[in-house]
Structures are given as C-alpha cells and as structure tokens.
Ligand binder design. Structure first.
Ligand code: SIN
Ligand code: MN
Length: 276
C-alpha cells in the first residue's frame, strides 16, 4: 500500500471529511499536467460553461475513464489510487475526472453541494466515493479556492434543489443556514501541486474569481468497487482501474488523450425537486 497519508492525516480525513496534502505532485509533474490541460485538443474541444446563480461561468471539461495521457497517469498512479483505497476502505475505480477552470475576473462560483448529492442519482447506493482536487495554479481565497464545511460528511446526504435556470444543484439553502451556524467553514488554499482529498458527502463550494489570477484545478473522483452503480447506462459503472507506478506521470511526458477517456459534453445534473 503506497498511500501518501500519515496516520494523523488519515485520522483528519475521517474526522473532518477532507485532508490537504502539500506537494502531492512535484513542479515537473504539475507543469506537465497544466500544459496538457492547456494544449490537449480533447480537453479544449470539450470545454463547457457551467453557470452559477449569478450567471458567471466556470469552464469545465469532463471525462469518465482514466487513460494513458499524463493526466490519466496522475489519476492512475499508486500514490493516488492507494490513498483513495485507504480512505474509502477498499479497492476503487475511476469515476470521473474534470478540469475546473476559473478564468481571471470572470470565473464563476460553485454553489454549496455534496458530490454525492449528484452521484446518488448515478445509482451509487453508498456514499463510498471521494475526490482529489489537484491545484494546477495557486488556488486561494482571492481566486475562488475550495471551501469545506468541517465534519459535514457525517451529516449524511442532504437534499439538493435546482439553482433556478442554471446547470447546478445546491444543498438546501435553509438547511445550509443551520449547518453553517454550527459547523466550521474552512478554506482550502493550495499551491500548484498541492491536493485536497474530500469525501463524497463533504459540503463544499467555491467563490467567483474576481482576481487577475487564473485558477485551474484537476479533480479526480473514485468510487469503491463494491459500490458499483446499479444504473448501467450512465457510463459511470465499474471498469477495472490499472494502477501505474508513481514514475509514470513524468514518463508520460506531455502525452495527450488517446480516445479512450470517454469525454462528455454534458455535465450530469440530476433533476431534483425544488425546495418545499
Ligand atoms: C466541484 O465541486 O466539482 C468543483 C469545485 C471547484 O472547482 O471549485
Ligand atoms: Mn463538487
């Protein structure tokens, strides 16, 4: 097991629902990942605008399989896969990866949500899913870093309601008010190469980017193999994940997608009832 977490970090994840790992990818690796996101035609041709409640857009590109590209290697390398398996308590498969690109001055917000608030509707019966956000640029409060509600993965799945007219669902705002009155809100500021692992039920959001600094991140998401989807036509079902040595990220160089990644141009936004 090549998990990169210390015993204290593992305990922090289980207590808080997230844990930050500094320097998970080194400067050379993060440079390759950033350049691949900027230059891979598969990524640029699948970029879509995801609007927030005020109409500002985060640009995202989504793919369902981890392939042989350099970013596929980042999703498949042992330090990632073994850490996810340790956090989720069993073998995992790749569920989704995405670029979330907030451009300077105009980048949109992500409203309060749990990832399992969406993935429940892919037919995952248990919330045995987690994500790892890797900073490609500096991600701070000034340009819309991720913010977590500490311990919120212990709340269970919360109802989500549609953001009117937009392509996001948001955790029930009335419920959020009570949660935020009791639970701590923690910004996850990251430097390039840092990563934050977070549980599928951890409440998170990020603000708009009003700064002059771009904020691009890569997010790799995993499901526990024994939590394979009961819905078979969402392209999120179990496909074996072949882990690679950590050295495979650099060895890939600037290798782009090969066509096996299952890029999609439609974000999965389940139709949920409006708040009562
Ligand atoms: C997400 O929650 O999937 C994206 C959050 C972000 O990029 O700030
Ligand atoms: Mn999310």
């Amino acid at each position: 097991m090549a998990s990169i977490l210390s015993a204290a970090q593992l305990a922090a994840f289980h207590a808080d629902g997230y844990v930050v790992v500094r320097g998970m990818f080194d400067a050379e690796e993060v440079d390759l990942l950033r350049r691949a996101m900027e230059a891979d035609p598969e990524v640029s041709s699948h970029l879509i605008d995801r609007l927030d409640s005020k109409g500002a857009a985060t640009r995202i590109a989504l793919w369902n399989r981890a392939g042989d590209s350099v970013y596929g290697m980042a999703a498949r390398c042992e330090r990632m896969v073994d850490t996810m398996a340790q956090l989720l308590g069993g073998p995992v498969y790749h569920f989704q990866s995405k670029l979330t690109a907030k451009e300077p001055f105009v980048g949109g917000a992500w409203e309060w949500h749990q990832d399992y608030g969406y993935w429940y509707y892919n037919g995952c019966l248990f919330p045995h899913l987690a994500s790892c956000q890797i900073a490609l640029d500096r991600s701070g409060m000034e340009n819309g870093c991720l913010e977590m509600v500490r311990g919120s993965h212990h709340l269970g799945r919360i109802d989500h309601v549609p953001v009117p007219g937009e392509g996001q669902n948001v955790a029930d705002p009335a419920r959020m008010k009570d949660i935020l009155a009791r639970q701590e809100l923690v910004p996850c500021e990251l430097n390039p190469g840092d990563a934050v692992f977070f549980h599928g039920n951890t409440l998170h959001r990020s603000a708009q980017n009003r700064s002059e600094h771009r904020r691009w991140t890569l997010i790799c998401c995993y499901n526990r193999v024994d939590n394979d989807t009961v819905i078979r036509d969402h392209d999120r079902y179990y496909v074996p994940l072949e882990a690679v040595p950590d050295s495979a990220v650099k060895a890939a160089g600037l290798r782009f997608a090969s066509g096996d990644e299952h890029f999609t141009s439609r974000p999965f936004v389940p139709k949920v009832p409006a708040a009562v």
